[in-house]
Write a protein that binds this ligand. Structure first.
Ligand code: ZN
Length: 179
């Protein structure tokens, strides 16, 4: 088993390899790894770097959803807690988008405290990516829609970490001012 910085850097390395060649939505098609770095860094900053497994799970949070990576593999390499956290924030991609989003809102209050933090960090990063300079009408609609969705999910995730809660609120304010 890996611990501390070794755990986090192995997680970053695997995430970079698995998401290689993928671009994220919004903000000039940034490499997907930028999203993972942002989420991991938000988690590390909000918890003052005391929870390496949480930060590792931040790096890996989209691997099961978007790449051929299994819970079993993550558990073997990073331990049961990291694997469980990633699975907790993994959407069932066989469901249509509307149902997936609805399920996120309904399930959010029942997630573990650490999974709630990953959810909030993920939503902060996804909103930020939707606030470039000049928004097209479609981008504007997408931002309005995503912020409303993110607020519903985060409503069920609040109260674990005040720094992350505030960061989310500031991000929503920024998004609203961009509209
Ligand atoms: Zn994500």
């Amino acid at each position: 088993m890996l611990f501390g910085l070794r755990l986090v850097s192995e997680a970053a390395d695997l995430a970079a390899r698995r998401h290689n060649g993928m671009a994220r939505k919004g903000r000039g098609s940034e490499p997907y790894i930028n999203h993972l770095a942002e989420v991991a860094n938000l988690l590390s900053a909000a918890t003052d770097g005391v929870d390496a497994e949480l930060v590792a799970a931040g790096w890996l949070h989209d691997t099961v959803e978007d790449t051929p990576t299994t819970r079993k593999e993550l558990a073997a390499r990073f331990g049961a807690r990291v694997a469980a956290l990633v699975v907790e924030v993994t959407d069932d991609m066989t469901l249509p988008k509307t149902e997936r989003r609805q399920k996120q809102v309904v399930d959010a209050p029942h997630k573990s405290p650490s999974a709630k933090l990953i959810k909030i960090a993920d939503k902060i990063s996804n909103i930020r990516a939707r606030i470039p300079g000049d928004l097209t009408p479609e981008e504007r609609d997408d931002l309005v829609d995503y912020v409303a969705f993110a607020e519903s999910v985060v409503a069920g995730c609040r109260g674990v970490n005040a720094i992350l809660d505030r960061e989310f609120d500031d991000t929503v304010k920024l998004a609203r001012s961009a509209l």
